[in-house]
Structures are given as structure tokens and as C-alpha cells.
Design a protein around this ligand. Structure first.
Ligand SMILES: Cc1cc2nc3c(=O)[nH]c(=O)nc-3n(C[C@H](O)[C@H](O)[C@H](O)COP(=O)(O)O)c2cc1C
Length: 136
């Protein structure tokens, strides 16, 4: 028997496919060593989800971040050119990968490295962005 080509093949004959995949995704995000952030695609990219690893990295609790813009992590030494590139790249529907200085809740600086993946809805519109984040 050939190995499955991707994780979806393992469960796609299971009637509980959606439930299992949702639980897998949730388990992955909650237990991940990397930060995960999900935002809406609208102005300022309002945050809708942050995982425990991102809270640990930044010092903020989930309720301090949800509803705010990821711009809350920026400060005087954040590189505006990186942010301009981010906006252009994700606006085109492409994957962004970059790094810049960010700030923890206590004001300390660190280098954030992150990737952003545009997530399309069933109509093909970008409704959300998902970021994977870590200290570089
Ligand atoms: C999913 C996602 C995650 C982001 N994460 C970060 C981050 O970790 N650090 C950061 O400096 N900017 C991050 N940004 C970029 C800021 O949201 C953006 O620079 C800020 O909202 C200003 O955007 P504007 O130029 O459209 O006003 C992220 C953006 C998105 C969509």
C-alpha cells in the first residue's frame, strides 16, 4: 500500500472528516512551538486568534491582542520597508516572509521572523491572513 500523499487523504473517507481536521488544527496551534496569529483581511488587520506560543513570545495575553492590529508589536526600530513589502505581497495574494524588530509588552525589543499566508474563502476572496511567528 502506498503512503498517503497528504494528511487529507488519511481521513477523507471518514464521515467525521471536518470534525477531525478542526480538532487537529486546533491541537496543532495550541501545542505549537511557533507563534500563530490569525487576522481579518480588513483595514489594520484585526487579530481574531493568537496561540499560547505567541503570547509567551510577546508577553501579551490573548484578550490583550484580540481585536487589535498586529501593529501593536511595532515601535521606533521597526523597519517600515519590511511592512511596506508585507502589504504589497499579501495584497497580491502571495506568501510573505520577513523579519523586523518588534516589542514585547514589557517594551523589550526582539527580532520577529514571520510568514503570512493569505486564506481564501469559498468565493475565492481573501478573508483572513494566517501568520507563523518566531523569534529570529
Ligand atoms: C497575519 C498578520 C500578522 C502580522 N504580524 C506582524 C508582526 O508580527 N509584526 C509586525 O511588525 N507586523 C505584523 N503585521 C503587519 C501589521 O499588521 C501592519 O504593518 C500594520 O497593521 C500596518 O498596516 P497598514 O500599513 O496597512 O496600516 C502582520 C500582519 C498580518 C496580516
Amino acid at each position: 500500500m502506498n503512503a498517503p500523499l497528504n494528511v487529507f487523504d488519511i481521513f477523507d473517507h471518514d464521515q467525521n472528516f471536518l470534525t477531525i481536521m478542526k480538532r487537529m488544527l486546533e491541537a496543532h496551534m495550541e501545542a505549537s512551538f511557533s507563534g500563530v496569529m490569525i487576522t481579518e483581511a480588513g483595514s489594520g488587520y484585526p487579530i481574531v486568534y493568537v496561540n499560547p506560543a505567541l503570547c509567551e513570545l510577546t508577553g501579551y495575553g490573548p484578550h490583550e491582542m484580540i481585536g487589535k492590529s498586529p501593529a501593536m508589536l511595532q515601535g521606533p526600530n521597526t523597519d517600515q520597508r519590511v511592512l511596506d513589502k508585507l502589504k504589497e505581497t499579501i495584497g497580491d495574494g502571495d506568501l510573505f516572509h520577513g523579519r523586523t524588530i518588534n516589542y514585547r509588552k514589557d517594551g523589550s525589543e526582539f527580532v520577529m521572523e514571520w510568514k503570512i499566508v493569505p486564506i481564501r474563502n469559498e468565493d475565492g476572496e481573501i478573508a483572513h491572513y494566517l501568520a507563523i511567528q518566531r523569534e529570529a
